[in-house]
Design a protein around this ligand. Structure first.
Ligand SMILES: NC(=O)c1ccc[n+]([C@@H]2O[C@H](COP(=O)([O-])OP(=O)(O)OC[C@H]3O[C@@H](n4cnc5c(N)ncnc54)[C@H](O)[C@@H]3O)[C@@H](O)[C@H]2O)c1
Length: 266
C-alpha cells in the first residue's frame, strides 16, 4: 500500500538509535523528508547517511536537539520547516529509564524520568501543533511502553510517566481532530538492537546490556505469547502506518501494543 509520504516531512525525536533509527529509516524508505532531532549528533549523522543513501525521493537531515528544552525543540522545527516547507508528522520517540526497584530510586531520578519522557513530549507536541493547526493537518505518534498499560517490575516511575503520555495523547487527539490532526500511541515491549551499530553512545541499551543478556532475553520471550523479542522494525512498521493519513486517516486516540501479545488490553 502506498502510504503517501512523498513530499511529506516527518520529525523523529531520538531518531539516531535503536527504535528511532528504524523509524527514521522506514520513513526515508517511504520517500518522506525526515528531521532527526537527537542529542547524539554523531550517531544521528550515521543514520542521515544511511537514509540518504536509500535514494527514495526524500531527504534526511539532523538537528542537534535536547527535547527537554523548548528553545531547542522550537529551533529544530524551525530548521525543518525552513528546509522542507511543511511539518506533517511528529514521532515523539525519545525515552529513557534505568531499571530499578522503586524503593531504590531518588527524587533526582524521578525528575530525570519525568523530564525526558513527559516534558519532552509536551515540548515537541506543542511546537508541532503550532505548525499543524496552521495547515489543518498532521499526525503525531508517541512511543510509550507496555509498562504504561499494566505496570512493570523495576519500571515504576517510567511506567507511570508513559501512562501519562498515553492520556495526554488521547486529549491531543480529542482537541485536535477538528484541526485535521490525529494523535496515536505505540507501546513496544522489550525491543532489542541486533547490532551495536544500531545504537548510539547515549542509548539506554549501553547501560542495560548487563541486564539484557541472551539468557535473560530468552526468559523474557517466554512471557510473550509470540515467544519472541521485538525488533526495532516491528515498531517502525506500526508508526509509519499510524502516521499515514492515507492508511490510518480514521484512527486517533488509540494505544497500540507491539509486543508479541505481552499486553492485551480490550
Ligand atoms: N527498546 C525497548 O525495549 C523499549 C521498550 C518500551 C518502550 N521503549 C520506548 O521506545 C523509545 C525508543 O527506545 P530505544 O530503545 O530506541 O532508546 P535508545 O536509548 O536506544 O535511543 C534513544 C535516542 O534518544 C536520544 N535522546 C536521549 N535523550 C534525549 C533528549 N533529551 N533529547 C533528544 N534526544 C535524546 C538518544 O541519543 C538516542 O539516540 C523510548 O521512548 C522508549 O521509552 C523502548
Amino acid at each position: 500500500m502506498d502510504l503517501d509520504y512523498k513530499g511529506k516531512t516527518v520529525v523523529v525525536t531520538g531518531g539516531g538509535s535503536n527504535i528511532g533509527r528504524a523509524i527514521s529509516l522506514t520513513f526515508a524508505r517511504e520517500g518522506a523528508n525526515v528531521v532527526i532531532g537527537d542529542v547524539d549528533t554523531e550517531q544521528a549523522e550515521k543514520v542521515v547517511k544511511e537514509a540518504n543513501a536509500l535514494n527514495a525521493g526524500g531527504k534526511t537531515i539532523t538537528v542537534k536537539c535536547d527535547v527537554t528544552s523548548l528553545d531547542n525543540v522550537q529551533a529544530m522545527f524551525k530548521k525543518g520547516f525552513e528546509e522542507f516547507g511543511q511539518i506533517d508528522v511528529l514521532v515523539n520517540n525519545v525515552g529513557w529509564d534505568n531499571l530499578m526497584l522503586f524503593v531504590d530510586t531518588t527524587p533526582d531520578f524521578w525528575n530525570k524520568v519525568i523530564t525526558i519522557n513527559y516534558v519532552g513530549v509536551l515540548n515537541c507536541t506543542k511546537t508541532a501543533l503550532d505548525y499543524m493547526i496552521e495547515k489543518k493537518s498532521g499526525a503525531i505518534v508517541s512511543i510509550s511502553s507496555d509498562a504504561s498499560r499494566q505496570g512493570e517490575f523495576k519500571e515504576a516511575v517510567y511506567g507511570g510517566v508513559k501512562a501519562a503520555v498515553n492520556s495526554f495523547m488521547k486529549t491531543i487527539g480529542r482537541e485536535n481532530g477538528r484541526n485535521g490532526i490525529r494523535a496515536n500511541i505505540v507501546c513496544p515491549g522489550v525491543t532489542v538492537p541486533s547490532e551495536d551499530v544500531e545504537i548510539g553512545d547515549k542509548s539506554m541499551w549501553k547501560q542495560s546490556k548487563d541486564f539484557f543478556t541472551p539468557e535473560q532475553l530468552e526468559k523474557i520471550s517466554k512471557a510473550y505469547p509470540l515467544r519472541k523479542i521485538g525488533k526495532p522494525q516491528d515498531i517502525a512498521n506500526a508508526v509509519v502506518f499510524l502516521g499515514s493519513n492515507k492508511a490510518a486517516g480514521h484512527i486517533t486516540g488509540q494505544v497500540l501494543s507491539v509486543s508479541g501479545g505481552y499486553s492485551m488490553v480490550g
